[in-house]
Ligand binder design. Structure first.
Ligand SMILES: Cc1cc2nc3c(=O)[nH]c(=O)nc-3n(C[C@H](O)[C@H](O)[C@H](O)COP(=O)(O)OP(=O)(O)OC[C@H]3O[C@@H](n4cnc5c(N)ncnc54)[C@H](O)[C@@H]3O)c2cc1C
Length: 294
């Protein structure tokens, strides 16, 4: 994606870490960065902050605060290589009573991505490393992969926000937030690539409009929040957030029931899948919830 942006004319200042804004008469006129050659400064009319979870400039701007532990998910995963019984055409998702899930994604011959995540208050109730180690040793997982006999190609732990879009703090005078830093990551499954691109594109459109009008005030940049794509993502995420609460109610019993019904009923299964993947927009029909309740 970065290379595509460069191909169409973006300038890349690699190995520059933004540290703060440069202010003049209380207004943002540039940013300072640390680079191997020392401190550098860049001036601009509009700043589109796209720094992912780290959120340094977003916090410096005063638009938002650091993520709280209850607002994030914590994931631990590895890419492994070794003999396994996985079907390359499937992804494997496992639920336990905690908020979050475990997964195995086959990625070509003999390689797979395996991991777990917890979120919200369960970040405090469960130890991620214990959850991960128990997952690898679980007999249901061992049926497919014996992690202890596989080579670890890469492993890591990472947080991501799960509260949805920060629609009250997406813009300010000459400032826009896109991608993870603005909460553009699906609260239900942690997908954020598509929405990072969509928010970047919307922010670019609004920035072009502001440049043409030579007005970079938050009154003009407010249009970002009401951009049709941003409104739609926001609406979808709100819905997914409330579905998630329902999913994990009663220590996973509702979820268990949903999976049981899904095994028997193809239509229900499609609706359940639709809630997980980013493509689905609307809520499942009323009958979906009635069946679970019954
Ligand atoms: C291991 C892993 C697996 C994932 N899997 C999926 C998936 O399968 N599907 C999916 O849709 N999403 C997935 N996600 C989420 C997805 O990667 C993010 O939602 C998406 O990359 C967000 O894009 P972004 O541009 O906002 O932030 P990022 O991709 O995090 O990019 C931010 C960039 O800013 C740089 N940066 C940070 N601070 C500074 C600073 N101060 N100065 C300069 N540069 C800075 C970082 O180095 C980074 O290059 C995954 C995330 C992780 C960590």
């Amino acid at each position: 994606m970065r290379d595509s942006a460069v191909d169409v004319g973006s300038k890349l200042f690699d190995k520059n870490i933004s540290t703060d804004f440069i202010l003049k008469d209380g207004k943002r006129i540039g940013i300072k960065t640390k680079s191997p050659e020392g401190t550098k400064v860049y001036y601009g009319k509009i700043f589109i902050i796209a720094e992912g979870m780290s959120s340094r400039l977003a916090i410096k701007s005063g638009l938002r605060k650091k993520w709280k532990i209850e607002e994030i998910a914590n994931a631990k995963c590895a890419i492994m290589e070794g003999e396994n019984n996985l079907n390359e055409n499937l992804i494997y998702i496992y639920f336990k009573p905690y908020k979050g899930y475990g997964w195995i994604f086959p990625i070509g011959k003999n390689r797979f991505n395996i991991g777990v995540y917890t979120f919200s208050e369960d970040n405090l109730k469960y130890n991620l490393h214990t959850v991960y180690n128990e997952f690898l040793k679980n007999p249901n997982i061992q049926k497919y992969v014996k992690a202890s006999k596989c080579k670890i190609i890469w492993s890591g732990a990472y947080p991501f926000p799960v509260t949805g879009i920060l629609d009250k703090s997406l813009y300010d005078d000459n400032l826009l937030l896109v991608g993870d830093v603005g909460g553009f990551i699906s609260p239900i499954n942690g997908e954020g690539i598509h929405t990072a691109i969509a928010s970047g594109k919307a922010a670019a459109e609004i920035a072009i409009d502001a440049l043409e009008k030579e007005d970079y005030s938050k009154i003009i940049l407010r249009k970002y929040k009401t951009h049709p794509d941003i409104k739609e993502i926001s609406r979808t995420f709100k819905l997914k957030s409330s579905l998630m609460k329902f999913f994990y109610e009663n220590e996973g019993r509702s979820l268990n029931r949903m999976l049981e019904i899904a095994e028997q009923d193809e239509e229900f299964r499609e609706q359940l899948l639709g809630m997980f993947i980013s493509k689905s927009k609307g809520a499942p029909p009323k009958e979906f919830f009635l069946r679970i309740a019954s």
